[in-house]
Write a protein that binds this ligand. Structure first.
Ligand code: CA
Length: 241
């Protein structure tokens, strides 16, 4: 890293805020605290912020609303910090586009690890190769990456949830390779990873229902030993039309 990464910490509890700021500063980040959404807006318009750590429980505009607003205008990595017993907040936060979440109370070391991870992913996503959307073909099926749509061999569209689409596109980009659950999570770039972690098998079984003809003996997505999956088709790139 050529310069210090700039982190905004949005937290109204002064003690927690101080703890985060000092720990992260010690670990080589340039950290600026903000007490609420307005502070954060000021910070964001004042210069580049590389990562936002956002508490959900804030007086006034809450973290979820700030997250939604931020996503409307920026791709800055966001880590939500949620109170205990607020499972819904976590899921809503991820759906609103947060990159990760951390439940309170947390170990500051964990926070630093998460920040580094989301920033790594965001740097990787900025690489130009990730930008060109393509259409991928397998066994007559067509996966349109730009429109995020799947078409059956007879040309009819099959609706996929965003989770199902993400998994299928990972399979299509990594065909004929054994992918463990961990591999799948890594390849999903950690976005909503916490949700997928618990439901990856569920997502895959739903996906199978949409593309396999015989669920008892799936031909596209095979389960392999020790919790892995294998996408059997040969995948080709459709030439631009
Ligand atoms: Ca709070």
């Amino acid at each position: 890293m050529d310069s210090l990464s700039r982190i905004a910490v949005v937290e109204d509890d002064p003690e927690i805020s101080r703890m985060m700021v000092s720990y992260m500063t010690d670990h080589g980040f340039e950290v600026t605290p903000a007490r609420n959404g307005r502070d954060l807006d000021r910070l964001m318009s004042g210069g580049k912020i590389d990562c936002v750590i956002l508490d959900v429980g804030l007086p006034g505009e809450d973290g979820l609303s700030i997250c939604r607003r931020l996503r409307g205008k920026s791709t800055v990595p966001i880590i939500m910090v949620t109170g205990r017993g607020t499972e819904t907040d976590r899921i809503v936060g991820l759906e609103l586009g947060a990159d990760d979440y951390l439940p309170k109370p947390f170990n500051p070391r964990e926070l630093v690890a998460r920040v580094r991870a989301v920033m790594r992913r965001s740097a990787a996503a900025d690489q130009p190769q990730a930008s060109a959307p393509q259409t991928l073909l397998f066994e007559g099926w067509r996966l349109d990456m730009a429109r995020r749509q799947l078409f059956a061999p007879d040309g009819t569209p099959r609706s996929l949830t965003s989770g199902e689409f993400n998994i299928l596109s990972i399979f299509c980009q990594n065909p004929r390779k054994v992918l463990s659950r961990d591999d799948l999570l890594d390849l999903l770039h950690g976005r909503a990873a916490a949700v997928f972690d618990r439901s990856i098998d569920v997502q895959i079984s739903r996906l199978r229902r949409k593309i396999e003809t015989n669920l008892k003996d799936p031909t596209f997505i095979k389960t392999v030993r020790y919790g892995g999956y294998f996408f059997t088709p040969l995948v080709t790139l459709m030439a631009d039309s």
